[in-house]
Unconditional design. Structure first.
Length: 762
């Protein structure tokens, strides 16, 4: 439906008002490229915006939202979904800033993370979704605790069934909308499938007993509700007439189904992303969602944004040449109008310690030239590489921060305070209850808790209910019974005050009261060490965080939210914090982080360490076309974080588990254009032996010709220190593995139609 007709049908602002406003909103198109303007002004129908690195994606997204609002689309009709709270907040702020002087209210636009939107909607339609409205959201630490319980409940050895591996499998099940019941119905006959079925069932039983959902549940339950409940689906389609999905290449199957289900008959869906930056397949992201968008919506408009406003010419040229080696690459002309700048530095070292020292020296040189530490970053494929780098920066007196995600909220005293607050919202949260019932100590030890648990089991009631039934537990000591009763009364008092029982309390008051009355504050005040002081400061910071948090807007006609409802929403916002949200670009310190965590960030100076076969690309991907392409995308993402200076470093030898091994430079280094890079002497400083960069001429899937074996297709390529080998499937001679340096293989251009006239093509 066209915007004009839709405006009349919905009783929106008159077209006269829209036309009068048109000249004013024309400033929204100022300083945009032609491609950006096309993306911004496309109003109706499906739209795919292919946004390369540094192409002004956020500018385009927010200008388009502002354009729609300024042209009569009510803000409350728009839904924008992204992956981090930081990105969602930036979008809201930018849209509001663009429209605040145009008499247009942008505050009602729903701009949230996927998980935040699902959490809010599930509470709103709890009955339809089959979830308790007061459910807790378990973060990664809580989830790990439940996974450990589930493994024990399934009577399995934790040494063989780790929470990490089990959790990954359960996440994969949920992203594909496979519940524990469905898994059991279609379970395979092999040992692993049967055992995973037991753990999955035990995990779900514990989560249900706690009225808790994990991050994967939020997506799965939302997708299933939209799939199965037509009334809810149609209500949400009617509410949100314009849908915008950011970072679409990172969506998994559940997120894809959510987005698809929200698209109504108007089919006004805009997805923004870049398949070349799809680097999260390991956690369920499916790059096919964006690659096949045009198949799903044949009438979709596709707008490529290839101009890079971030990086200088040589960085853009090098990264573009690298990603061009991927087959799953939607062509867009990557370019920049910035100066060429410094060439990309390819820097070898003798070992990992020399590599770290080289990076440190380069960063000090940049600092001497006026570059702030906060504009420098070291990226790496695996966390293990950070140890030597950290040591070098410590010894060199250079401030640094290791981006490890939700560090503040993982501190013990903060987890304790949040567990108390979770109990205020959800008294059935057994994980939170177990953590704090005797922290700080109040005379409820393991023996007393064990008696409560036994009573809960015998009466078939929950642990929280059993605490309220402590008077009926004959074996309970009188002192412990009094302590338990006091604990229950304390939590109930907080909940009553939060649920409208106090007219003078606000959210930070509640948080401060819980910290004080729980005994946490006094426990650390009684200590005199620096650690106790730091913990008190952290608890004070938690109260500050509650004071700085802004409650979600209330729809017109709805009552203001209670403190209890605000507390639930605030705890959600904490539970959904991501790695990127925790990186503060204003800090005066070098950032050390993984390539995966660097997505969406940018720095003036970037060094990527460990460009070696087995590290980047990772050993698991070698010989696998899809895996290798994802590793190449990961390297590409890292390279495009740099604005002005980029160094790719590798070591001739690296120590792994105490054993020093010879390393081989990454094949990706051989895929870079000579005119955009500066290759430092690659001889081993200890032996003087030159270590050649792998020959990347030979790619899986390419057609080749051999003077003896004839025509064949490359099936596998492996780069080793002694040289590159290729496994070729020859038409007449079958598979042969050849050392390409001596094989006299000849690449065959597909346009030569080499298989034409052959009866049995490969």
């Amino acid at each position: 439906m066209a915007l004009e007709a839709l405006s009349r049908a919905m009783g929106w602002a008159s077209m006269n008002r829209i036309e009068a406003m048109h000249d004013d909103v024309g400033t929204l198109l100022e300083d945009l490229t032609e491609a950006q303007q096309e993306a911004v002004t496309t109003v109706d129908g499906p739209l795919l915006v292919l946004a390369g690195p540094g192409s002004g994606k956020t500018t385009v997204v927010t200008r388009r939202m502002a354009w729609l609002i300024a042209h009569g689309v009510p803000a409350w009709r728009m839904l924008a979904l992204t992956f981090t709270n930081k990105a969602a907040g930036a979008m809201r702020d930018r849209v509001d800033l663009l429209l605040q002087e145009r008499d247009v209210d942008a505050r009602d636009v729903t701009c949230m993370t996927y998980h935040g939107f699902c959490a809010r909607t599930l509470r709103q339609y709890a009955d339809s979704a089959g979830v308790p409205p007061g459910f807790s959201i378990y973060d990664t630490t809580d989830r790990r605790s439940v996974l450990k319980q589930a493994i024990r409940k399934a009577e399995l050895d934790p040494a063989n069934w780790t929470p990490a591996s089990v959790g990954e499998s359960i996440s994969n099940y949920k992203s594909m909308l496979v519940t524990s019941e469905m898994h059991e119905e279609h379970i395979g006959g092999d040992f692993y499938s049967r055992t995973m079925g037991r753990i999955y069932r035990a995990y779900e039983e514990i989560m249900q007993a706690n009225d808790a959902l994990d991050f994967d549940d939020l997506l799965m339950r939302m997708a299933m509700m939209l799939r199965d409940d037509a009334a809810v689906r149609e209500a949400l389609q009617d509410r949100y007439r314009y849908l915008l999905i950011d970072e679409y290449q990172d969506t998994n199957h559940a997120q894809f189904l959510i987005a698809t289900s929200l698209v109504g008959t108007a089919r006004n869906i805009c997805v923004v992303g870049d398949p070349d930056q799809s680097i999260y397949a390991w956690r369920g992201a499916d790059v096919r969602n964006i690659l096949e968008f045009e198949e799903q919506y044949p009438d979709a408009k596709v707008v490529p944004l290839g101009r890079n406003f971030r990086s200088t010419g040589h960085i853009v040229a090098a990264s573009a040449k690298l990603i061009g080696h991927n087959a799953s690459h939607l062509r867009k002309e990557l370019h920049t109008e910035l100066e060429d700048g410094a060439r990309v530095l390819l820097q070898p070292s003798g070992d990992e310690h020399q590599e770290a020292s080289t990076i440190l020296a380069a960063f000090k040189d940049h600092a001497d030239k006026g570059v702030p530490w906060s504009e420098m970053a070291v990226l790496y494929r695996i966390n293990a590489l950070s140890r030597v780098l950290e040591q070098a920066f410590r010894d060199g007196g250079v401030p640094y921060v290791v981006a490890r995600g939700t560090a503040f909220y993982e501190r013990a005293e903060i987890k304790d305070a949040l567990s108390y607050l979770r109990l205020v919202v959800n008294r059935n949260d057994d994980t939170a209850l177990r953590r704090v019932i005797n922290s700080p100590p109040r005379g409820i030890g393991k023996t007393s808790l064990g008696r409560v648990e036994q009573h809960a089991m015998l009466e078939n009631i929950r642990l929280g209910e059993a605490l309220r039934d402590v008077g009926r537990i004959d074996t309970m000591a009188a002192r412990a019974a009094r302590s338990i009763a006091a604990f229950v009364e304390m939590v109930d008092r907080w909940r009553a005050a939060a649920d409208g029982g106090s007219l003078v309390m606000d959210l930070p008051d509640l948080v401060a009261s819980v910290i004080r009355e729980s005994g946490l504050e006094q426990a650390f005040k009684s200590g005199r060490g620096d650690e106790d002081i730091a913990r008190l400061e952290n608890l004070d910071e938690l109260v500050t965080a509650a004071a700085e948090w802004t409650p979600p807007p209330v729809d017109e006609g709805e009552e203001a939210s209670t403190i209890l409802e605000q507390l639930a929403a605030w705890l959600e916002s904490i539970a959904l914090v991501s790695d990127a949200d925790m990186v503060d670009p204003e800090r005066g310190a070098v950032t050390l982080m993984t390539l995966h965590a660097a997505k969406g960030l940018e720095f003036d100076v970037v060094a990527i360490a460990g460009l070696e076969q087995g590290l980047l690309p990772h050993g698991r991907s070698v010989g696998e076309e899809n895996g290798l392409e994802e590793e190449r995308r990961l390297c590409y993402v890292g390279m495009t974080r740099a604005r002005k200076n980029l160094a790719l470093t590798w070591a001739h030898r690296r120590t792994v588990r105490g054993i020093t091994e010879r390393a081989m430079p990454s094949q990706f280094l051989g895929e870079l254009p000579d005119d955009a890079v500066e290759r430092v002497d690659d001889r081993d400083p200890w032996t003087g032996v030159r270590s050649a960069i792998p020959d990347t001429t030979w790619q899986v899937g390419m057609t080749v010709r051999h003077q003896t074996f004839g025509l064949g297709v490359v099936r596998r390529v492996i780069h080793r220190p002694r040289g590159t080998t290729a496994t070729v499937d020859f038409l007449e001679y079958g598979q042969r593995t050849l050392l390409v340096a001596h094989a006299n293989l000849e690449p065959v251009d597909p346009e030569e139609r080499p298989w034409e006239g052959i009866d049995v093509p490969l």
